[in-house]
Design a binder for this molecule. Structure first.
Ligand code: PMP
Length: 352
């Protein structure tokens, strides 16, 4: 830390992203990216914009907002776009959090929530997950605090029914509830329709996972027009050009290619189920996943050792050090071939 760094950030512990190795000799199952390329339509539309890069992008992002609104049956004014969903989450913390309006989220969830709170000097409280890693929604009803819930949750992969989400939203009418649906397309049910009924609900999604665009950085939220205006006030106060031309165009191409999206997500779900079966046969304990990853532990090997051995064998998975989850590894679902190699490698490791 330099002597110039503001005191207010002196205790900040930044978010640690998963490894992004420079040599691509690894089978990369550590950051929940899609193993499939983006839609050809996304690539074509983005390439066309390359020639226009001398010009700023549309700060209103009108075309893509219209496409997303049409896809989800809402209006363009109900959609705000961001540079990855991380950015819209941060905007929401900035917009709605302060000393009188703290945030609440599970103790085991996406690690960035606490960082957003810390960097914006917003108090927060972590509510422990149950022993089976589910969320106890009773602890979120009528609490009069801002709430963030990842549904499905990460890194557990567990999806909670919409009735539970609605109970939280309806019982905290004076506070904001953010539902982070980064993994919703792998078997969950979106809360977007509820945004028409509740003026305190923000549903956040991303193009990083099911639409194979992690490198383009594109996220969005759906919420009431009034909430979207708040979020745009923050967006225009930080970076009105937060989404570049090529990403805007790629997003439009991707969301229009329903067939490709459907095929990929079904393939990933199928591969997930097959991988889960193989791991169960090897005696692993798995949490029920509705995401593009599995959260798994074995009685025969520690979480850390399995992570290290896989790495030595050219396979990267994500290992967390938190006390309750250190025996687990989070394994992103790759192609069927990659997962076959993964399963065979685990078998060999367990044999040794
Ligand atoms: N929410 C959750 C639960 C995530 O796992 C991630 C991915 N790391 C994000 C949000 C952010 O994704 P992105 O910024 O790529 O949209």
């Amino acid at each position: 830390m330099s002597k110039f760094f503001s005191q207010k950030h002196s205790r900040l512990i930044p978010y640690t992203p998963g490894e992004q190795p420079k040599n691509m000799r690894y089978i990369k199952l550590n950051t929940n990216e899609s193993p499939y390329p983006p839609s050809k339509k996304a690539i074509e539309e983005a390439s066309r914009q390359a020639e226009l890069l001398r010009l700023y992008p549309d700060p209103e992002c009108s075309a893509l907002r219209e496409d997303i609104a049409a896809y989800y049956g809402v209006e363009k004014e109900n959609v705000v776009l961001s540079n990855g969903s991380d950015e819209i989450l941060n905007f929401a913390f900035i917009a709605y959090g302060d000393k009188e309006h703290p945030f609440v989220f599970p103790d085991i969830t996406y690690g960035f929530y606490s960082v957003f709170a810390e960097v914006n000097n917003i108090p927060y409280e972590e509510i422990p997950l149950e022993d089976d890693f589910t969320i106890n929604f009773d602890r979120y009803t009528g609490i009069n605090k801002n709430i963030v819930i990842a549904n499905p949750n990460a890194p557990t992969g567990i999806f909670a029914p919409l009735s539970e989400i609605e109970r939280v939203v309806s019982s905290n009418p004076e506070n904001i509830v953010i539902v982070d649906e980064a993994y919703i397309d792998f078997g969950g049910e979106t809360a977007i329709p509820l945004t028409k009924k509740y003026d305190n609900l923000i549903v956040v999604q991303t193009f990083s996972k099911s639409r194979s665009m992690a490198g383009a950085r594109l996220g969005f939220c759906v919420a009431s027009k009034e909430l979207c205006r708040d979020l745009n006030t923050i967006r225009y106060s930080i970076n009105p050009y937060n989404i570049n031309r090529m990403t805007l165009a790629a997003g439009s191409g991707a969301i229009k290619d329903k067939e490709y999206f459907e095929r990929n997500r079904q393939e990933i779900i199928k591969t997930r189920e097959k991988t889960a079966e193989a791991l169960l046969e090897m005696g692993f304990t798995l949490l029920p996943s509705k995401t593009n990853f599995l959260f798994a532990k074995s009685e025969c090997i520690s979480g850390e050792e399995l992570y290290k051995k896989l790495r030595e064998n050219g396979i990267l998975v994500r290992h967390f050090t938190g006390e309750r989850i250190c025996e687990y590894n989070r394994i992103t679902i790759g192609t069927p071939d990659e997962m076959e190699t993964f399963v065979n490698t685990v078998k060999n490791i367990l044999k040794d």
